[in-house]
Write a protein that binds this ligand. Structure first.
Ligand SMILES: [Zn+2]
Length: 94
């Protein structure tokens, strides 16, 4: 992979809904702006950055934890809900 297109994402969490989940949306996503989800997200401080993939998001959020352990990003991927608004491929490479 020689070309990488970074996609802006907004990551809310942890503890969105149940079970320590992170929710990953595109900036300005309608899910965030309207309705019940807005109220839920309003209490959270989102992380906003550019990501090349879902792997990128997981590694960015769990960088400190991953640095101390042997598990790779897939061990934490289940903590994340990637919504269709952020069109991220799964992995940075391959
Ligand atoms: Zn969304």
């Amino acid at each position: 992979m020689t070309t990488t297109t970074n996609t802006p994402v907004v990551v809310y969490g942890p503890n969105i809904g149940h079970g320590g989940e992170f929710h990953v949306h595109a900036p300005g996503c309608a899910d965030i702006v309207r309705g019940r989800m807005r109220d839920q997200y309003a209490a959270e401080r989102p992380m906003a950055f550019d990501a090349a993939s879902q792997q990128d998001v997981v590694e960015a959020v769990y960088a400190d934890i991953m640095a101390e352990g042997d598990a790779d990003w897939t061990a934490y991927a289940s903590e994340f809900s990637f919504f269709p608004c952020c069109k991220l491929r799964e992995r940075t490479t391959g």
